[in-house]
Design a protein around this ligand. Structure first.
Ligand code: ADP
Length: 462
């Protein structure tokens, strides 16, 4: 087992990893930017190394500085968390080259699944259904238009290097196609330094359902069930839950088997997520595989009782997966709301700043994963997510009632948060019925008075 791990990340996920390491008796080394000196992950780790100025390109994305920090601290392994370098195959390769274990899959697997067009082709060969579309990336808008006409509008144009909902455009007809194509490609070039795109049929009102995978290096792969992440704004997840209110046991079994086939097809090792869209008829299609821990992993942990970070560390250290598929039990319902420092009443504009008062919720069935505290200043440089509230209970109803109660207790002053928005969703009959698709949030925002999302509207908030 590893003696010391460097955590190449910040925020709540850095804390989550430190906690798992402590429980395993492993020493931890945090890295931090100049803006994060006061962050809890720096305080809770056994050691901390400053890796540069606030902007992430000068710190959390600087592979050479992180590798140097790992060598100075003499660690055995690096946990990349999510975002930043988590899906960067060159970084994983550098770790492999320096004899530092990268806690994740092999660099070849990250590279393969990091190109969505290659990933799509790889799983298709393993009999995993994919959405009809182009065979790999398209050369130009003319070639892409031919594909679009063949599969039929509407289509979605997607960056092969895509992530975080960027580099993706919907085209309804041939007239607007060239414009949307250029827009997707330009955005992808800016965001990922790679403007290559492919075309896929647009699925109307799908559900986003993903499967958690665990795999060891000895060829054993299992899944830990699904998470329904259909509640999204601009392709970014806001609320995740498991089990999905939409899946029958039969569909769950078929999707679970397909997810395992997808992971096996790319020689997957460690924890990963296979993402699918499910249409109204219950037909499902692979969209991508995320080769890292996900933000919403806690939902699966609370539903199965399995600590995913602990599993990741043990698998990366070369241990065998010590459970069989049939031993994985879904013991309850869990739901997660991402709490962001944003003002939902003003089109979710970021609201960084100092938290003047902070009182997180508690009680039975409530878990809060967060790196913030009263007096902490949320820097403007990074993602606006400040906390994740996960609630769980014997039934979906109970987990949701508990979420509403927990959010109503959550006191955060000094910055605006998305809490009132999440509370309004949790109370909304459409969501309550389990009927939300990926179009839900937009439809919900359109029919709901904005003042309902205002921070002054929440009990106990300013
Ligand atoms: P990213 O890697 O940027 O997150 P994904 O491929 O995972 O991109 O897709 C993100 C979201 O975009 C999906 O959850 C879904 O809401 C929407 N989406 C992606 N592809 C399609 C499609 N073919 N039809 C309809 N919606 C799609």
């Amino acid at each position: 087992m590893f003696q010391k791990i460097l955590i190449a990340n910040r925020g709540e996920i850095a804390l989550r990893i430190i906690r798992a390491c402590k429980e395993l008796g492993i020493k931890t080394v945090a890295v931090y930017s100049e803006a994060d000196e006061q962050s809890l992950h720096v305080q809770l780790a056994d050691g901390a190394i400053c890796i540069g100025p606030a902007p992430s390109v000068d710190s959390y994305l600087k592979t050479d500085r992180i590798i140097s920090a790992a060598e100075i601290a003499d660690v055995d392994a690096i946990h990349p968390g999510y975002g930043f370098l988590a899906e960067n195959p060159e970084f994983a390769e550098q770790c492999e080259g320096c004899n530092i274990a990268f806690i994740g899959p092999k660099s070849d697997t990250i590279r393969m699944m990091g190109d969505k067009a290659v990933g799509r082709e790889t799983v298709r060969k393993a009999r995993v259904p994919v959405i009809p579309g182009s065979d790999g990336p398209v050369e130009n808008d003319k070639e892409a238009l031919k594909v679009a006409k063949k599969i039929g509008f509407p289509v979605i144009i997607k960056a092969v290097a895509g992530g975080g909902g960027r580099g993706m455009r919907l085209a309804h007809n041939a007239m607007t196609f060239a414009r949307e194509f250029a827009s997707a490609s330009n955005e992808a070039e800016k965001a990922f330094g790679n403007g290559s795109v492919y075309v896929e049929k647009y699925i109307e009102d799908p559900r986003h359902i993903e499967f958690q995978i665990l795999a060891d290096r000895f060829g054993k792969t299992i899944h830990l069930g699904e998470r329904d992440c259909s509640v999204q704004r601009r392709h970014q997840k806001l609320i995740e839950e498991a089990p999905s209110p939409f899946l029958s046991n039969d569909l769950r079994k078929r999707m679970g088997r397909a997810a395992v086939r997808a992971a096996t097809a790319c020689n997957y090792e460690n924890a990963g997520t296979v993402e699918f869209l499910v249409d109204k008829k219950g037909d499902f299609y692979f969209i991508e595989m995320n080769t890292r821990i996900q933000v919403e992993h806690g939902v699966t942990e609370e539903v199965t009782g399995i600590d995913l970070i602990n599993e990741q560390i043990r698998l990366a250290a070369g241990e065998k997966l010590d459970m069989e598929q049939k031993e994985v039990k879904f013991i309850r319902h869990a739901v997660e709301c991402r709490v962001c420092a944003e003002d939902p009443a003003r089109n979710f504009t970021p609201s960084p700043g100092e938290i003047s008062l902070y009182y997180p919720p508690g009680g039975h069935g409530v878990r809060v994963d967060s790196h913030v505290y009263g007096g902490y200043t949320i820097p403007q440089y990074y993602d606006s997510m400040m906390s994740k509230v996960i609630t769980f209970g014997r039934t979906r109803e109970l987990a949701l009632d508990r979420m509403y109660r927990a959010l109503s207790e959550y006191l955060i002053r000094g910055v605006k948060t998305t809490i009132p928005f999440s509370m309004a969703v949790i109370r909304d009959p459409v969501f309550r019925q389990g009927a939300a698709t990926t179009s839900y949030v937009e439809e919900f925002i359109n029919r709901t008075p904005k003042n309902l999302f205002s921070n002054s509207n929440q009990e106990g908030q300013e």
